[in-house]
Write a protein that binds this ligand. Structure first.
Ligand SMILES: NC(=O)C1=CN([C@@H]2O[C@H](COP(=O)(O)OP(=O)(O)OC[C@H]3O[C@@H](n4cnc5c(N)ncnc54)[C@H](OP(=O)(O)O)[C@@H]3O)[C@@H](O)[C@H]2O)[C@@H](O)CC1
Ligand SMILES: [K+]
Length: 515
């Protein structure tokens, strides 16, 4: 798992490090890492470093200091470097001196002969001629969007842009963007990932993210939350072993859909069929439709007749009337792990006694989107989605999966996983029904609920991506992609599972060879 740390955690780690290593040394390590990545990008895009032009956008703090020192390193490799100072009186003194000693120059952002937007002619010229721009406007101390002059400079950038620590204008803690902000091709950050690199708009604005240790990593506490990678999902995805049969790999019950809306039942049940080797039971009014779409499913008309299951997926399309309420109550009282989605969430929000129907020992997973979250919590998740999800998970003693482009999954004990999709191909009607079926199947297979949600979310977004790009083994591959429906996403689930398992296998092979 890749950890993610808050700015406060990083600041405390930084102070502990400064007790052993002088601050200027740490800054130069950070700047060197930035310079290495700038040189790589320049070489990739222009064929070299010497003779290329680099413009540094330099703000008032140490983030600007990093940019200035990085500029000094690049100057020594033969690049022409100009620092554009947004706050000339506050620019990092040692960094500025270092740049000048190396032969670089500094100009004020709002210097003489300013144009109508207030940008000085030297600054405008430096930006116009640059092959690469370094964003050292603001880092961990950022508050709010870019201020007007910085925003105007950033608006003019047409060449690759490298952000120091984080893209300026993005909120470090939440990744939200409330106004002008940098969109980086590459971000070099220090010690470990910060929330803005993986949450919301910040995840996209960060571009490729490179983490440079600089000595801070060793000082960091337990991360605030974590990201699963494909290797972990591939290693953890349950597959049948030689001793297994249809019961031992998990029997999942799906209670979804209605006579009028059988689609949710077909999608959720199909996802459960495709997720694992275990048996799938369906209970509800869409039994005929489910049987004809998925002959391998044992379908009955009511949850009472469904037979034994190891976990339930309940909710999509069951309605919020008395029959839906009875279905939800029945599965909650079964003492099995439950993944409750869609109408179930509304039922929890509308009827407090529903919480009492739970077996205290059986895990409950709730999978709201923002609107359902608001029904549950009394208000929307707001900008800090991690805090919002964690709050409900701990107060309701449930696993909470807050859907969105960045999906946040919180456990009742405060652990949080985040899945940063970086694409929105799964934003299509019925895709939530597929996710519910996947989670239920993993719960039935005995996967720990937080991981079940993490694995399911990962495979779900990967399936959407593969389907959108025609990369499911049935031809029609496309780099650009095309919109898909939930049925296509569902059809791509086995391809996604194969992909993560292949990744895990490829990673395990060199490890085995090395040991
Ligand atoms: N910890 C680490 O791992 C390491 C940290 N290091 C580096 O230190 C950086 C943190 O430096 P820092 O503390 O000096 O603050 P920083 O972010 O440069 O802000 C400076 C000033 O900008 C202003 N400002 C605020 N919002 C703004 C906005 N929206 N738009 C424009 N300006 C805005 C505000 O001042 P104000 O103008 O409000 O007085 C604020 O005080 C960190 O990101 C990393 O690069 C590395 O060197 C080593 C490893
Ligand atoms: K920055």
């Amino acid at each position: 798992m890749q950890g993610v740390w808050t700015p406060d955690q990083v600041r405390s780690a930084e102070h502990r490090l400064f007790a052993r290593v002088p601050e200027p040394t740490v800054m130069r390590r950070a700047a060197f890492a930035v310079a290495v990545q700038c040189a790589r990008l320049l070489t990739e895009r222009t064929g070299g470093v010497a003779g290329r032009r680099v413009a540094l956008l330099v703000g008032a703090g140490n983030n600007g200091g990093d940019a200035l020192w990085a500029g000094a390193f690049l100057r020594r490799r033969g690049a022409g470097v100009t620092a554009v100072l947004l706050a000339p009186d506050k620019a990092h003194e040692a960094g500025l001196e270092g740049l000048r000693r190396a032969g670089g120059r500094a100009v004020p952002a709002e210097g003489a002969n300013a144009d109508t937007a207030g940008i000085g002619s030297e600054a405008a010229d430096a930006l116009e001629r640059a092959d690469l721009v370094v964003d050292g406007i603001v880092g961990l101390a950022a508050r709010g969007p870019l201020r007007p002059v910085a925003a105007e400079l950033v608006r003019r950038v047409t060449v690759p842009l490298v952000s120091v620590d984080l893209p300026s204008g993005v909120d470090p803690m939440t990744g939200s963007v409330e106004g002008p902000a940098v969109s980086a091709d590459l971000t070099v950050t220090f010690g470990g990932l910060k929330p803005c690199h993986v949450l919301g708009a910040g995840a996209v604005r960060s571009g490729e993210v490179v983490v440079a240790g600089v000595g801070i990593t060793e000082e960091l506490p337990e991360p605030e939350f974590a990201l699963l990678d494909a290797v972990e999902v591939g290693e953890g995805w349950p597959i049948p072993g030689p001793e297994d049969d249809k019961y031992s790999t998990g029997v999942v019950g799906v209670a979804a859909g209605s006579a009028t809306y059988p689609g949710a039942a077909v999608l959720a049940t199909g996802a459960a069929v495709r997720a694992t080797a275990g048996m799938v039971r369906y209970a509800g009014p869409a039994a005929d439709e489910v049987r004809s779409a998925w002959p391998e499913v044992v379908a009955t008309g009511s949850v009472g007749d469904a037979g034994r299951v190891q976990a339930w997926s309940v909710g999509p399309g069951i309605g919020t009337g008395s029959s839906g309420r009875d279905v939800l109550r029945f599965v909650l009282e079964s003492g099995r792990p439950v993944c409750a989605d869609a109408d179930s969430i509304t039922l929890f929000a509308e009827d407090d006694t529903m919480w009492d129907a739970r077996d205290p020992d059986a895990p409950l997973v709730l999978t709201p989107h923002a609107g359902e979250f608001a029904r549950l919590a009394g208000e929307g998740p707001g900008a800090d989605r991690v805090a919002a999800a964690r709050g409900i998970a701990t107060s309701c003693n449930a696993f909470l999966l807050l859907k969105g482009n960045t999906t946040v999954i919180a456990a009742p004990d405060g652990r949080v996983l985040v899945n940063d999709a970086r694409q929105a191909w799964s934003a299509t009607a019925g895709s939530g029904d597929v996710l519910t079926g996947l989670i239920g199947a993993l719960l039935a297979a005995g996967v720990e609920p937080l991981l079940a949600c993490g694995y399911a979310t990962h495979v779900h977004s990967l399936a959407a991506e593969l389907a959108a790009h025609g990369k499911t083994g049935d031809g029609g591959r496309s780099e650009a992609g095309a919109p898909i429906g939930a049925s296509a996403l569902l059809a791509a689930v086995p391809a996604a599972v194969r992909a993560v398992r292949d990744t895990a296998l490829r990673t395990a092979a060199p490890r085995a060879a090395a040991s």
